[in-house]
Design a protein around this ligand. Sequence first.
Ligand SMILES: NC(=O)c1ccc[n+]([C@@H]2O[C@H](COP(=O)([O-])OP(=O)(O)OC[C@H]3O[C@@H](n4cnc5c(N)ncnc54)[C@H](O)[C@@H]3O)[C@@H](O)[C@H]2O)c1
Length: 424
Amino acid sequence: MATAELRKGDVKDLALADAGKRKIEWAEQQMPVLRQIRKRFAKEQPLKGLRISACLHVTSETANLMITLRDAGADAVLCASNPLSTQDEVAASLNRDFNIPTYAIKGEDNDTYYSHLQAALDHRPQFTMDDGCDLVTMLLTKRTDLVPNVIAGTEETTTGVIRLRAMAKDGTLKYPVIAVNDAMTKHFFDNRYGTGQSTLDGVIRATNFLLAGSKVVIAGYGWCGRGCAMRAKGLGADVIVTEIDPVKGIEAVMDGFRVLPMAEAAKEGDVFITVTGNKSVIRREHFEAMKSGAIVCNSGHFNVEIEIPALEQMAANKREVRPLVDEYVLRDGRKIYLLGEGRLVNLATAERHPAAVMDMSFANQALSAEYLRQHHKELKPQVYVVPEHLDREIAKLKLESMGHKLDVLTPEQEKYLASWNEGT
Ligand SMILES: NC(=O)c1ccc[n+]([C@@H]2O[C@H](COP(=O)([O-])OP(=O)(O)OC[C@H]3O[C@@H](n4cnc5c(N)ncnc54)[C@H](O)[C@@H]3O)[C@@H](O)[C@H]2O)c1
């Protein structure tokens, strides 16, 4: 691939752009908070001239964020943060209709994935917007020449934030980053309701499996795990949770779920969903215990939660029986089905989060970029949370857009809440 071509973006087929544009417009309708921010940004130009390299899932919702950044005056490019999550038609439209160079092809191999990250870095970013920290890792390890240009960045997901905190601790991180994931209006909603609904949607679209009456094992009862468990229960499944944290474990029990070690849950489950952010959560010994026909998938950030190499070794045969459904026939004849190659199933076989949820997550991205442009000089190379006033503003705008209204404190109530000697 020539660099000149890469600078203009690299997408599957520009002829898909019409369908992509319709998809982007559909998402826009359900993103009223981002729409309002975009309107203000277009007037005030808070990101004027700022070179942004974004590495995000290339979906119709992300397209709306990229357009917001562009309308704020930024000079932004986009690459995929996952080889399977790209909506090719959206990537095509971003290039053709919105003049936002986009480097992303659904199903790209590892070499192409990393060449796309390189292309996004060739843009010489002053600001990084990452999802999973792959772009920042490449920048800080392989493209150190570019580091002095960078004033700040944002990170979208739990796994990326964990990696950034480790970098900040050992001094590897060189500029301030806001952990968008940690905003209340992000993980309370995106991780729980977005991942919850879209993960189950991914399982259903891939398999058309009837969840009612089945046993669904959810590994990890964090924000995403709670959402998945809640939605699987709503569809009539008997949900089993696996956890390593006793507080999360007791929470799952009180929410009405059984909590078992994976070694025991493996014998019972019909469908397995990992959402831990950890590695090797489903391993050889678990595959050995599973029933024939078990469906296994992951909705955590990286494809390391399920030990796929072990499954490959155990299999006598493998074939794709439906799109992104691999059937592994083990030597004893049992069949295990792996969805989406163990990558984020809600992206691989569904459309990730609904736009209404991404509205809040990306409002956090946009407002954090504006905040960092104004305040980066006051900040250290650390991981910061989204300032609380921005978080609250986003919640308020979302509530208003949904037609709900809050009560307001009376002066007497304000005084009561602010004072320690009231109420006696
Ligand atoms: N699919 C998506 O669209 C999407 C969206 C947001 C986040 N994520 C990713 O999902 C993962 C989880 O995110 P989260 O916000 O729920 O994190 P979280 O920290 O709230 O929850 C993770 C949970 O997994 C548990 N855990 C860790 N190791 C375990 C093990 N071996 N067995 C069982 N439980 C274990 C932890 O105790 C914790 O309760 C991350 O990788 C994150 O990046 C995915």
